[in-house]
Design a protein around this ligand. Structure first.
Ligand code: F0G
Length: 386
């Protein structure tokens, strides 16, 4: 089992004493159904840096399903249990809502009037939705031409001020970090510590659903905030004795944007999975610390492998995630020989497939049959009935 001792570099802002707090029973699906789920800050308040004075800006995010995917388990060919944490079912369609409810609530508490982020799309959608709900202005910088259509539509309609720069995510992040130091705008990328505090609740939910931590967590890696946040969550629950073990954190990057595998920043990252088209992750040191503490590893998956997993999840399991999310399943299939028999594996599906209809249509094996006359016989024939 990975060691909880070597956690210090990543267990940031954990104020809870591991021995003094009595373990509360997990929040069951029944309880949440009876009282109504009111978002992750209300559900996990005692684990989060909020007070009674913090205005909770929420869209009732979190409480997303952990779904068994037996055909993926079967493809591994041994006795393993595989589940997906489908965070694409959050209010704006990605895991970013978990971080943004915290970041925007704390910004509101501090009297902030405007927030800013760089984004490959999902952060911008979540920042825009939560900021506007909190009555705050949202500025977002995106790489021009490399943001999936649905995400762009969201940011615009939620009312963000969207600036498309002639550059990539890494360049956009550099600018917004500078901006937040020189202008009255608060940064809500994952270098904002409240983002990770919110995102760690996904690990709590996984443990609450399984009754313990899984053996492995497979997760797509871009700016490396989410892998850090999951680890924080597992460690905090472990310290509180809510789980008996810690998982190995297995991070997967797209082959054309894989700085952790290269061992250095990638100047011109490329991948069809635009959400993780990142060459210089802001949470670099933290992610490496997570890898060491959890005895995990990083690996690269090609766009072809990502697309294969993306299609498998949709057509065999009925789960439509975005390409970047499918990197977790592609990665699992790639390193399947390393999985111990009997292991429980959770793959994180970070975003909803509806965000990127262009990729779905252009990379589906299944094509539309056009131009069919509205006639019973003709339709039946087109269906293969004689
Ligand atoms: N999956 C999706 C769908 C994402 O949008 C992102 C990151 C990741 C995985 C990687 O998470 O950065 O915490 O390692 N998207 C950011 C954005 C960069 O701007 O929306 P990470």
């Amino acid at each position: 089992m990975p060691s909880a001792i070597a956690l210090t570099p990543v267990t940031i802002a954990l104020s809870t004493d591991s021995h003094s707090a009595p373990a509360e029973p997990p929040i069951s699906a029944n309880q949440s159904a009876q009282s109504g789920w009111r978002g992750l800050i209300n559900a996990y308040r005692r684990y989060l840096p909020v007070t009674d004075q913090t205005p909770v800006i929420t869209l009732h995010e979190g409480n997303t399903p952990l779904i068994p995917v037996p055909t993926i388990a079967a493809a591994i060919g041994r006795d393993v249990r595989v589940l997906v944490k489908y965070d694409g079912l959050n209010p704006t369609g990605s895991f970013k809502d978990r971080g943004m409810t915290m970041a925007i609530s704390k910004a509101k508490e501090a009297g902030v009037k405007a927030v800013i982020c760089a984004s490959t799309g999902n952060t911008s959608a979540a920042a825009a939705a939560y900021a506007r709900r909190g009555g705050i202005r949202a500025f977002v910088l995106i790489p021009d031409g490399y943001v999936a259509l649905g995400k762009l539509a969201q940011a615009l309609l939620y009312g963000a001020e969207v600036l498309a720069i002639k550059g990539n995510f890494d360049q956009a992040l550099h600018i917004v970090r500078d901006m937040s130091e020189h202008y009255p705008v608060t940064l809500v990328n994952s270098v904002n510590p409240y983002r990770l505090e919110g995102q760690k609740t996904a690990a709590f939910e996984v443990v609450d659903a399984l009754g313990d931590a899984p053996d492995w967590v497979c997760i797509p890696v871009g700016n490396a905030g989410n892998i850090t946040a999951y680890w924080m969550g597992f460690c905090q629950y472990h310290q509180e004795q809510r789980c008996t073990k810690l998982p190995r954190m297995m991070g997967f990057q797209a082959a054309g944007s894989a700085p952790f595998i290269a061992g250095h920043p990638v100047e011109h990252p490329e991948t069809l999975a635009t959400a993780i088209r990142i060459g210089n992750p802001a949470n670099w040191e933290r992610a490496i610390a997570v890898q060491h503490a959890s005895q995990g590893s990083f690996a690269a998956v090609t766009d072809a492998e990502i697309l294969e997993a993306y299609r498998l999840l949709a057509s065999n399991e009925g789960i439509f995630c975005e390409p970047a999310s499918a990197a977790s399943v592609a990665g699992l299939l790639k390193v399947k020989d390393q999985i111990p028999t009997g292991a429980t594996v959770v793959c994180v599906l970070t975003g909803n497939g509806l965000k990127d209809p262009d990729t779905a249509i252009s990379h589906s094996d299944n094509q539309l049959k056009h131009g069919i006359e509205p006639d019973l016989g003709i339709v039946a024939k087109a269906m293969g009935f004689e």
